[in-house]
Design a protein around this ligand. Structure first.
Ligand SMILES: [Zn+2]
Length: 291
């Protein structure tokens, strides 16, 4: 891209992100229960081709295959020692696919542990693990760090602060909201923006979550708290349902893009899709929505 990511965001133009990674990799043959991050070294061609499919569809910022790439999460798969290798490899693959035609965001997802006092994870331990991951992603050449699908505000705060501390890169944060506009841990969009935006984020918003119906309220609350914030909307392809034993999401690319164009009118500036979506969803967004 000709301009830096910060300049792009401050231009007020819409930035098109990518769509699902996890559900796409499962469709490409990732065995159930295997850490997707292993494919960054064992099946790099499959990761590259997924990135290229989104870039060809019009994604301007793609996320690395590192959603579960913190040491805490990788430990559960017995590969915690490979955290630096797997995150660097992922950043390198995304950079290789994007070249200079798109931005690369280093993806950081939840640790999978509950925070104290409900679980074993302290703020300090979470910070340490996310700092290690963010540093490896930065070394691998990403343009931003994107903390996503967060439900616990303390964990989100740890990840955002860690990313800000280990690099000078822009940091995005998006949380996953349920139907009633709160995360699984009960956090409202207003609380999320009040706590996280002042830390020094470049963009904030919602991703994944229970359908799209809560998005207008999420945007309104975040807009009220942080009027100047570029807002992220990257929801699932509607709601999941079981059809003949398989999970399918209920929105077509066309229906999804129609809903998303309303969110852009409401102020969404970083848009994409999450679980159950495919490059067709991004292609449809690009056709329907002006940058
Ligand atoms: Zn999702």
């Amino acid at each position: 891209m000709e301009i830096s990511l910060r300049e792009y965001l401050s231009s007020g133009k819409v930035l098109f992100a990518d769509g699902a990674t996890g559900t796409m990799l499962m469709a490409a043959g990732l065995p159930p229960g295997q850490a997707p991050e292993i494919w960054n070294v064992e099946q790099p061609e499959k990761i590259l081709s997924l990135h290229r499919a989104y870039l060809d569809a019009g994604s301007q910022i793609i996320l690395t295959n590192t959603f579960g790439g913190s040491r805490i999460k990788l430990d559960k798969a017995g590969i915690g020692e490979r955290v630096v290798e797997l995150n660097r490899a992922a950043a390198g693959l995304a950079r290789q696919a994007a070249g200079a035609r798109a931005y690369v965001a280093g993806d950081i997802g939840p640790s999978g542990e509950l925070m104290a006092p409900m679980g074993p994870l302290t703020y300090e331990k979470a910070f340490e693990a996310f700092a290690e991951q963010a540093a490896a992603l930065a070394e691998g050449g990403v343009d931003a760090i994107w903390v996503e699908t967060m439900t616990d505000l303390e964990e989100a705060r740890a990840a955002v602060n860690a990313a800000l501390q280990v690099s000078d890169l822009p940091v995005f944060c998006s949380l996953s909201f349920g139907k009633r506009g709160r995360t699984m841990m009960g956090v409202s969009a207003r609380q999320a923006a009040q706590t996280l935006w002042p830390l020094g984020l470049a963009a904030i918003g919602a991703n994944c979550g229970e359908g799209l119906d809560m998005i207008p309220e999420v945007l309104a609350q975040m807009r009220e708290v942080a009027p100047e914030a570029p807002l992220i909307v990257k929801p699932n392809a509607g709601l999941p349902k079981l059809v003949a034993g398989a999970t399918v999401y209920d929105l077509t690319p066309q229906d999804f893009a129609a809903r998303m164009s309303e969110f852009v009118l409401q102020g969404a500036r970083v848009i994409g899709s999450c679980c159950g979506s495919s490059p067709d969803f991004i292609r449809e967004l690009r056709q329907r929505i002006a940058a």
